[in-house]
Design a protein around this ligand. Sequence first.
Ligand SMILES: [Zn+2]
Length: 1197
Amino acid sequence: MADRDVFLPVPGWGKGRYSSLCSDDELLDDDNEPISNRQSSWQDYGLSTLQESVYLPVTGRVLAQPPRDGPSPVLKMGWLDKNPPQGSLYYQRRWVKLDVDYLRYFDNDKEVYSKRIIPTAAITGVTNVGEQKFEVVTTNRTFLFRAESDFERNEWVSVLQNFTRGHQEGSREITSSVPHSSMTPGSPLTPEKHGYLELRGLRSKLYTVVSGDKVFLYKNMEDYRLGIGITSIDMNVGNVKDTDRRSFDLTTPYRIFSFLADSEQHKDQWVEAMREAIGEALSNSEVANQIWAEPSNGCCADCGAAKPEWAAINLCVVVCKRCAGEHRGLGPSISKVRSLKMDRRVWTEELIQVFLLLGNERLNRFWAANVPPSEALSPTSCSEDRRRFVSSKYRQGKYRKYHPLYGNQEELNNALCINVQCSDVLETLCLVFCGADVNCSTGQADCPSPLALALAHNQKLQAQFLSHNLNTELPRSEVTGAMEPQHYSPQHPVTHNGFLFKTASMARPITERKAREEFSRRWCMLNDGNFSYYESDKNSTPNGTLKSTEIVCLAVNTPERHGYDHTFELYSDSERIYLFGTDDPDSHREWVKSITKTFIPSNAEGLLRLAFERIGRLRYKDGLNLQSPRVGWFALVGSSLHAYLEDSVEEEEIHLRKLQELSIQQENEVLVLVERGRTLYIEGEKKLDFQGWCVSVQRAAGSAGDSLSQQQLTETDIPVIVDRCIDYITQCGLTSEGIYRKSGVNSRVAALCEAFRRDARSVRLKEGEHQVDDVSNTLKRFFRESGEGLFAIQAASAWLSTPVIPEESRKICHYQLLLSQLPRVNKATLRALVNHLYCVQRFAELNQMNLHNLAIVFGPTLFQSDGKDYTAGLVVEELIEHYTDVFEVDEMQLKRQLDEITAIIKVREKLNHNSSVPASGSAGDFICTVYLEEKKETTEQHVKIPGSMTAAELTCEILDRRKIQVREKDYWSCWEVSQKEEMERPLHHLERVLPIIHSLGTDSHLLVKKHLAMEAIRIYLASKVDVSKHGMVKFREERSILGLGLNTGSFHDRYFILSTVSLRMYKEVRSNRPEREWQVKNLRVYLGIKKKLRPPTCWGLTVINGSEKQEKPERQQWYLCCDTQTEMREWFSTFLTIQCDGNVWPADAVQTRVTRALPADTRHGNVALIPLRGSENEMRNSVAAFTADPLGLFRDV
Ligand SMILES: [Zn+2]
C-alpha cells in the first residue's frame, strides 16, 4: 500500500514572505525562477560513462571544514549574492558551500541549515553571464549568483563546471554518495518515509523525506522529485520527542523543528521513522566518534593505521579491521572483538568511558612496553606479520610490562581486590593481565568477588572492565604448538570415578546398535578437568584421557539404544566420538552430570538442572551480530533448545516446534532457526558434533507423533496443520456447498496429510493448487487419527455424559469445567475449531452446513467413534450452539470476525460474478496490485491475473485502463521492484506474471513503467557478434533465508565469463579453473544492490540463484558491482539476451497489443486484494482492511 501522506493536498505556495520559522529567522528562500522543461526532467540515461573523478580545486579557497559538517569534503565555499526573489530589487547575500554531493546556500556562515540544497547531480550547466554573475542551471530552475569580483566568479564557475562536467554531456547520473536509486529516475533518494508535514510557525506544509540517517525538507513534492530541497538535517545530532497528540519536535543542537502531522497515527509513523534515522546515524558513527575523541584511539593500537573501527573490549584496545581479523583468530577467550560501528548493543556508556579513560597510548605502555623494532607493525604489514605480532602481544603477553607483583598470586589477588575500589582501571588491567585472578575470593561474604567489590564501591568502569574479563584466558609466555583457543576453564574442580563400559572411539556418527560384546569394562576417573579411562582400577597409566576443554558435546542416548541400557556419547574437538555405557541408571546420571560440569562454564551452569539429551558449545550468529560467530552453550530438552549466549546471563529457551522456519544451509554448515522477531544461525565447532545437533534439532522440531501436543504449533499453541486448514477454509471454502460433508480425493488428502506430518511449517495452502474438499478432509482426518483425540481419551466419557444435564446453565458450567481440565494445546485447539465451526454454520444458507449437519460430521471425528449413536454429535452441537457462553467469547470480537467473513464472501461473489472465465477456471486467478510509473496510492491498479497472463499483457492492460498511448520507442515494461526501490528487474514480455506474484516478498511490488535503457540495450546487442561477456567485477556473496542475510564478507575482485550456458567465476584472469559456475537460466538478475551492503559503486547487479522447482525458500544471492554504468549495462544486456534466446523485446509490440482481447473484467479492477501472496498474516491484514472500510472496496466497482 502506498504511503497515504503522499496524497495529501499540496499546499498552495503563496508568493511573498513566509512567516518566520521557529521565530528566529527565515529558513525558506523564495526563488521564483521559471519552471521550464518540466516534462523532460526524466531523461533517458545514455550508455555513456560517468565521469567518476571528483574535481578538487588546486587554488580555490578551501577553508577548514567546520566540525558540524558531514563527511563530504567541501570543494569551495564563500559569500555570494543571490539574485533577488520575485518582487524584490535587492540581491541577497548568501554563504554558499559546494561539496561532492550538494551545492547549498545559507543565510550566513554560522548557519547549519541551508536555505537551498541542490544535488550536484541535478546541475546540468554553469554559465558565465557577465558582470561578475553566473548561472547554475538545473532541469527546471536557474539560480543566478553574483560574486565580489570577476576572479572570484571565474573560480566558482571553474569549480562548478569541472565538477558537473559529466552532467552537461548528457549522462545525468547520480553520484555514488547519493543513496543507490540511480535505477529509478525521478526521486533522488530512497526514502524510508516521505510526505507532507506541517512545520509549526510556517503555516504551510513541507514535503518531508526521511532517508538513511538524514531528514530532507522540500517545498513540495514536485521539488522533491526534482531533487531541489530546502535543507537536510543530519540525524546523528537529532532527538525526537512527542509533544502533543499530533505534533512532535525534532531537536538538534542548532534548531528545534516542531512538526504537526495530520493524525495521531501519522505522527507515530513519522516519529518512528525519524527515530530509526537517528538509530542509523548513531550506529554508523556515534560510538566511533566518541571513542576517537581520545586522540590515541584514532590510530590502531597494533599497527598504527588511522581511524580504526574495531575494538577488543576486554583488552581495551582500538584496532583496525586487519588487526581485528587477527584478534578474532585468537578466539573470544583471549580477545573479544567488536565493531565500533556495527555492534551497537555492546557499547554501553560505561564501556565507552573505559576506552576514553585508558586509550591506546596508555594501554600500549603496558601491552607494548618492550616491542623490538624488528617485530613492530606498520599499517602496511602483511597478514602473517600481523598474526605473529598480535599473538605475541596478547596471547603470550610477550611485550607487556610486568607488574612488580608478577608471579605472586596471592599478592596479585590482594592488590586487585584493593585496586578495584578506586578508579584506576589501568592498574586493574595490568594486574589482571599479569595474573591476578578476576574470580578470586575477596574473603568478604557480601562482596565475594572483585566485580562485586567494584560495584559496591560504585566503580562502574572497573566493573565494566572486570565483567568483560571474567573468562579471559591469561597471556601465557610458553608457546604451545596448538593454536586452538581454550574457550573456558571450568569453575569447580569435579572428581568422580567408577567403572563404565566403553567401545572403541569412532570418527563417524554411531548409527548402528552396539552389542554388549563390543564394550569393554574400564575404570574411569574424572579429576582436575581430565576424564581418563584405565584398563582397571589397579593401573596408574590411563588408556586414554579427554581434557574437559576438548569436549565439545555430550549426547545422552535413549535407554536400550545399545547393548548396555544407558549410554552417552562424548564428542571431542579432534572429531572423535566416545561411547560409554552402564546398566545402572543412577550411575549413568551421575557420570553425565559430572562430566558436563567439567566442560560447561560457570555462567551456563543453569543447564545442568535440565534432563538434556544433548549439551555442548556451538557457534552462533543472530540478528544483532552477523559479523562474527560467538560461542553459546546449548542443551536440547524435548522440543526445547535452551541456550546461554555469549554476553548474556539469562537462559533462553527456544521452542523448536513453534519455529517459523528451520533449515540447514550452506552445504550443511549452518542451522537456521527463524523465530518470531529473530533468526539464529548456528554453526558447529566441528563437523561431527554439528551433524548430531542437526539431526536432533530437526527431530525435536518436527511432529513427534500423532497427538496434538506433539505437532508443530503456532504461537497460540494450535497445531500448525489445524491453523492452516481452518485459515484456508475461512478464506476459500465457506460458501462451498456441503463443506466438511463432501469427501475430497483420497490420494490428494493422503498426500496433504503426509506433507503436514513431515513438516507442517513448510506447507502453504493456495487457492488453485489445493481443493477445498481436500483441505477440509485433511483436517477431519487429522482429528480422527490423532492419538488420544481432541478430548483426551480419559476425559471423553465425561464430555459425552454432559448433554444429559437438564439445566442449561449447569450444563454450560460443566462444559467449562471440562474445558479447563484439558491440556493446554487441546484447549486452544478446541476453541479454535469450535469458533471455526460456529462461523461455518452462520453461513449455512450458502454452504448448507447447519449446526446439525456439522455435528453429524464432527461428533464421531472428534470423539473418534463409529458414529452409530448421536451422543458425540450432540456434544459438538451443544459446544457450537453455546459457543459464546462456554468459551466466554467477546461478542464484539465475534461480530467483527463475522463481518470480515461477510466481506470476503462478497468480494469473492463479485469476482465470480464478473469473471469472464468459467468459475472452475477462476480458482487460480489472483488479484494483485500493480502500480503505474511510481508506487503511490493514486497509481494503484488492482488487476485480476489469470494463470496465463504474460508481463506484456499485464502492461497493456494497465496502459489501456489509463488510456496511455504507446509511442514508438516507448519501452513500457512490467517491473518487479523491491520496496526500498534498491533493486528492480524488468520482467521479460513473455514471462508469466502469476508465478512472479507468488514469489514476491512482502517488500516487493509490480510496477509498470518505461524501460529507459531498452533502446540502448538493443543497440548494444545489435552491435555484438556473439553473446558472451567477460571481465573483472567486484563480487560479494550472501545466502539468504526470508531476506535475512548471512554476511559473508565484503566485495572482492573476481574475473567472470558469461557464455550462453553458464556464468563462471575465476579468482583472477589467469586462473585455469573456475571457482564457481552457475547455469545462466537459473539466475534472476536485478538491477541495483541493497545499500545496506555498502557496494563500492552504484552500478551493481543482484543475482539470485534458485530454480523455480526448489521448494525451500532458501535462495542463494550474490552481488556484482561494476566500475561504470556501461559495464553494468553490458552485463545486464548479455544476461537478458541469453535468458530469452535473443528475444529481448517483441518484434512487433503493437501487434501484441491488438491481439490481446480485453478481458471483460477490467472495470472492476478496484476490488481490493484478497489472499494473495500466501502468507497468513497478509491475508489477515487484507481482511482487516476490509473490515475497516468494507464499503470502500466496492466504491469504484
Ligand atoms: Zn592495525
